[in-house]
Design a protein around this ligand. Structure first.
Ligand SMILES: [Ca+2]
Ligand SMILES: [Ca+2]
Length: 240
């Protein structure tokens, strides 16, 4: 008897962020286009020690918005992932700076499962306009121009912790022009508006695993509520 050929693996289902969460992130964390964020360092949480969060089953990345003429890309490294492409053409028909042939829907995302364990260091890098030498990450020290290019905010939705990241995609300091003598790369008259790519991450902690902070009292209430929902769901499943 002939066996049928094995079916090819199914592509991962496209994820779409809950509309209310997308609205909350878009309203609160997408800076106005071309408006200089003067105090980006003090506004941001510490992004130098990002880890895969304890208890997370996957690393989920959702596109929130983009205010860039450039066609940027976003990658991450951590665990068994090395410069893993997340979005290869960050453009949208509906974003702050619209592109008629833009590829992404607002709130569209991907989930990465496996290859990461709690406490693994993770890092996100923007490849500006698909140019391999203009890369800007969450770790300021490794940025090609030595400047901050990511701003991060934490958000707890009652169940999950989120990290929202906004990137600046133009090389150099505010309005700087000409060649940077340190690198030979061109300053791009940056507006330092940090909205060129904005994503929301689930499954990432901003603290080192070994020194995971005790949640704030307000957060504990939320966690207790989430735990109660978990118990309820398990009971419902048990009845079936
Ligand atoms: Ca912008
Ligand atoms: Ca910008």
């Amino acid at each position: 008897m002939l066996c049928p050929p094995p079916l090819p693996p199914l592509p991962p289902p496209p994820l779409q962020l809950n509309e209310n969460l997308w609205k909350a992130f878009n309203t609160n964390y997408v800076q106005n286009e071309s408006v200089f964020v003067n105090n980006a360092n003090s506004l941001s949480v510490d992004l130098s020690k990002l880890t895969f969060a304890k208890g997370a089953n996957s690393l989920d990345v959702f596109f929130i918005n983009e205010g860039a003429g450039y066609r940027n890309q976003l990658t991450f490294s951590g665990g068994s992932y090395n410069n893993q492409m997340i979005f290869d053409d960050i453009s949208s028909k509906d974003s702050v700076v619209k592109e008629s042939n833009g590829k992404l829907k607002l709130g569209q995302g991907f989930s990465f499962t496996g290859g990461l364990k709690a406490g693994d260091a993770v890092d996100f890098t923007l490849i500006s306009n698909k140019r391999s030498n203009y890369t800007f990450g969450t770790n300021m020290a490794t940025n090609v121009d030595g400047l901050q290019h990511a701003i991060g905010y934490e958000y707890f939705d009652g169940t999950d912790n989120w990290l929202i990241l906004g990137f600046e995609d133009l090389y150099g300091d505010l309005k700087a022009q000409g060649t940077d003598s340190k690198t030979g790369l061109k300053n791009e008259g940056s507006d330092r508006d940090f909205n060129d790519v904005v994503v929301a991450l689930r499954g990432v902690s901003t603290r080192e695993f070994s020194s995971q902070a005790v949640p704030e009292p307000g957060m504990m209430l939320g966690l207790a509520g989430a735990a109660a929902v978990g118990v309820l769901r398990r009971r419902q499943v048990a009845k079936v």
